[in-house]
Design a protein around this ligand. Structure first.
Ligand SMILES: NC(=O)c1ccc[n+]([C@@H]2O[C@H](COP(=O)([O-])OP(=O)(O)OC[C@H]3O[C@@H](n4cnc5c(N)ncnc54)[C@H](OP(=O)(O)O)[C@@H]3O)[C@@H](O)[C@H]2O)c1
Length: 349
């Protein structure tokens, strides 16, 4: 391995706003001081998540602790294992959570980063660095949603609203690997993609309001987990869910994403989901908003499925490091089918 340089290139979030305004490609020092439990990683590839550009556009500087390096998900090689279980040369992938980014100002869109050793997993040999960089946030979110919050068991069934989202694509694969039946929605153009991921049944959400389609054609076995991965503000899928969600099932939203300041939409959502009492027709089903948190045991269980080739990264597109702003343009269309990857090392497979 070549000697570690003293400086590196990194995309830093320097102000609030759209990525084209908020991000700057800069020369930064390579970290030399590691805290206990931290390792130094040479990053080969990073992936984008919607939360990256949303935080850039929403949070004021004092809350986001800017400037900091952008993004969270990465794959790379250990440079300094710093007395942890990792040793120099180990191939890894993992995530720097935003709470950590705010403390250390480290991020995934850089050539090097220091991060907690426990946030990393061994990259299975058949998975390339560009594929591995797409696994963490979306993969762990889908895993926690189904198996921690949904307590999903073999033989049960799930619905994935937004089967072509990255979280949805992982949820479909994970549920199939667990021996469950999967129904998913997407627009008609993505039907083959979603079925290719393993979905048994498909609904085109553009044909008619999806809650109406589901009420009119309820499943033989009610869904145990309803994964809402499209960020809908309209609570209709939840408020009609008694027709298709099992009484002990759970409706898990990845987080409603209002377009602008949609006060009416948010008020409708708050009333329909949190405030309307059941004696006034409130929905008798559990609702929760997902907030992914790294958990070592769940990360290991997820990685086992990756090792066994039961879960693969859906890759939408791969960009060169200098084309990072184009990668943001792609993810911000909201039409990607799979992960948007940035090759930090131009030679990364
Ligand atoms: N709470 C958490 O812990 C957590 C963690 C990870 C992600 N998230 C959130 O989860 C959401 C999904 O993230 P992601 O990275 O998976 O998204 P993504 O990959 O960028 O999603 C793009 C896909 O969304 C589909 N889509 C757009 N509108 C839709 C609708 N109304 N119904 C169904 N599908 C629709 C598009 O398909 P069509 O072209 O067919 O419409 C497209 O394929 C984001 O809001 C993200 O912020 C939350």
């Amino acid at each position: 391995m070549s000697a570690t340089p003293s400086t590196q290139r990194a995309w830093r979030v320097v102000r609030k706003g759209y990525p084209s305004k908020a991000l700057r490609l800069e020369n930064l020092p390579v970290p030399t001081q590691l805290s206990s439990g931290e390792v130094l990683v040479k990053i080969q590839a990073a992936s984008l998540n919607p939360v990256g550009y949303k935080l850039m556009g929403l949070l004021p500087n004092f809350l986001a602790k800017r400037p900091h390096v952008a993004e969270f998900d990465l794959a790379g090689v250990i440079i300094d294992g710093n007395g942890t279980k990792w040793k120099a040369g180990d191939a890894v992938y993992g995530n720097i959570p935003f709470s950590q980014v705010k403390k250390t100002r480290q991020g995934a869109l850089a050539e090097y980063a220091r991060l907690p050793a426990v946030n990393l997993l061994p990259r299975p040999p058949h998975v390339t660095p560009t594929q591995a960089a797409g696994l963490p946030t979306a993969g762990f979110t889908a895993y926690q949603c189904l198996f921690q919050h949904g307590a999903l068991k073999k033989g049960q069934s799930i619905f994935v609203n937004g089967g072509s989202t990255s979280v949805g694509a992982f949820a479909i694969q994970l549920a199939k690997a667990a021996g469950c039946t999967v129904t998913a929605s997407a627009s008609a153009k993505n039907e083959q993609y979603v079925r290719g991921l393993g979905a048994d049944e498909f609904f085109d959400y553009t044909k008619a309001p999806l809650h109406e389609q589901l009420v009119n054609a309820p499943p033989a076995q009610k869904y145990q987990v309803f994964v809402e991965a499209a960020g809908l503000v309209d609570p209709a899928l939840y408020t009609h869910s008694e027709a298709y969600l099992a009484p002990d099932g759970v409706f898990v939203s990845m987080g409603p994403q209002p377009k602008g300041f949609d006060i009416v939409g948010i008020a409708k959502l708050a009333w329909g989901v949190f405030m309307k009492p059941t004696w006034l027709g409130g929905t008798k089903r559990k609702f929760m908003i997902m907030s992914v948190e790294l958990n070592e045991a769940e990360m290991q269980a997820f990685n086992k499925l990756v090792e066994e080739e039961k879960v693969k990264t859906p890759v939408d597109s791969v960009y060169a490091f200098q084309d990072t702003l184009k990668a943001y343009e792609r993810i911000m269309t909201g039409r990607a089918t799979g992960k948007i990857i940035v090759k930090v090392d131009p030679d990364a497979e």
